[in-house]
Design a protein around this ligand. Sequence first.
Ligand code: DLZ
Length: 163
Amino acid sequence: MATYLKSLSDFSHLEVASAENLKVGIVVAQWNVAITGALYDGAYQLLLDKKVAPENIKTIQVPGSFELISGADMLLSDTSLDAVICLGCVIQGETRHFDFICDAVANGIANVSIKYNKPVIFGVLTTDNQQQAEDRSGGKHGNKGEEAAITAIQMAHIQASLT
Ligand code: DLZ
């Protein structure tokens, strides 16, 4: 029988319980590395703050955001991982490349998540320009890498609560 929720809570850092026993994979794209490096630092530090052990964080780098899909797939061949965080940054250019990459990455990540029945988190910035990317990787709009890590922990806890 479904559990009835008496009240719904906001998405918040405060909602994230300790992640002490979780194992998390991170796949980071090398395109726009100044941005993806900042996303990675945010995600990694958030996991440490929530008590994930460094030896339980497995990181790989891939060339571009398009390869985040196969990178996540490779990581999840390790069945002990509880979640994978995908970090990338796609910046709008003069061609339609942006649209193809963004669509493929969003769909691909969703498909990997379904294939393994594990949370695979979309931590990919899709921005019009460099400034928007900087604003979201430690600038005035925070760090979306941190948010991706929070989401990974929350989803891993939700999955654990159902098994
Ligand atoms: C080719 C390309 C371009 C033009 N722009 C980006 C980008 O803004 N962000 C990103 O992560 N990757 C980009 N790429 C590389 C593609 O993701 C991919 O690595 C190549 O198309 C090879 O599959």
